[in-house]
Design a protein around this ligand. Structure first.
Ligand SMILES: [Zn+2]
Length: 296
């Protein structure tokens, strides 16, 4: 639950003066934190005008009618202003766990750099990528960073430019989060079992590339969303070891370590000759491995 605070009101002092992200949390006791449709009551600050994000209006309503209960309020200074995040207690009806002896829908997901997720349901593949808007935003960010490099450190222009860069970073992070929420909801609604690669194992492989590190964080966020959404619906998330399951296995004949690289996207099985789309082949193997683990 996030809401924007307006400028012009008195703000609390933060402990770390020069950290880019400043934040403090207060606990709820005896009605010291409360919301009305237009304002939020915070300890020490009193009533502060509230500008809820569009996506939070429904939750704000639940707070007003008492279905949600406030536990803590965290006030953060971000690049775009002050926000207050409320941690709330919500009673969620958890569905019965999926019956694995009956029919259930299961997908395998291969997470990648170019295509964010390849989803295989046993019959068809679906490719999901971040929209072109993120690429655009990233291009703009790169430009802003270039301009920042040209500014003299400590100058007024440098500070201004640094704020611009931080704002753009925040914007992109929000776009990614939105995408992860939408995709995880679709997948959790349509399936009872979802198989993904275990990122902890994947992370053990040395990789110093920044792009990869950022994607890794994105994958983690996506899997976290997916896990709790499946949980609510009684579904199941299965994690498999990608290196055994997907990269070198031919999904057509089951041969291991036989993939010949043809180009960036394709590989061929030296045993049966099948030409695979790499990401598709991986998603099939991930799904198969998940089903195998569930059966034992
Ligand atoms: Zn083969």
């Amino acid at each position: 639950m996030t809401a924007f605070l307006p400028s012009g009101v008195v703000f609390p002092k933060f402990k770390k003066k020069h950290s880019p992200k400043q934040t403090y949390t207060t606990k709820y006791t005896n009605g010291n934190i409360a919301v009305t449709p237009e304002a939020i009551k915070l300890p020490k600050l009193g009533l502060v005008a509230l500008f809820p994000k569009k996506t939070n209006r429904k939750r704000l309503q639940s707070l007003l009618d008492g279905t949600l209960k406030i536990q803590t309020a965290t006030i953060t200074r971000t690049a775009t202003g002050y926000t207050v995040s409320l941690s709330v207690q919500e009673v969620v009806a958890i569905s019965q766990p999926v019956d694995l002896t009956a029919d259930y829908r299961c997908v395998g997901i291969d997470l990648g750099l170019k295509t964010f997720a390849v989803v295989y349901d046993g019959k068809d593949f679906a490719d999901y990528s971040h929209g072109a808007y993120i690429k655009q935003a990233e291009k703009k960010l790169a430009k802003l960073q270039q301009q920042l490099a040209r500014c003299q450190k400590g100058s007024k222009n440098y500070d201004k430019q640094r704020t611009k860069v931080a704002k753009r970073h925040e914007h992109i992070a929000n776009q990614r989060k939105d995408f992860h929420h939408k995709l995880s909801t679709i997948i959790a609604n349509e399936n009872q079992v979802v198989v993904v690669e275990d990122l902890n194992i994947r992370g053990m492989v040395k990789n110093h590339k920044l792009a990869k590190a950022i994607s890794n964080a994105g994958w983690r966020q996506f899997i976290t969303f997916l896990a709790y959404k499946l949980d609510w619906r009684g579904g199941r998330l299965v994690k498999v070891n990608r290196f055994f399951a997907s990269s070198r296995l031919c999904s057509a004949c089951g041969h291991q370590s036989v993939a010949l690289t043809l180009d960036e996207r394709h590989c061929a099985c030296s045993h049966c000759g099948t030409v695979h789309d790499r990401d598709h082949n991986a998603s099939v193997n991930i799904r198969n491995e998940g089903l195998r683990l569930l059966a034992v």
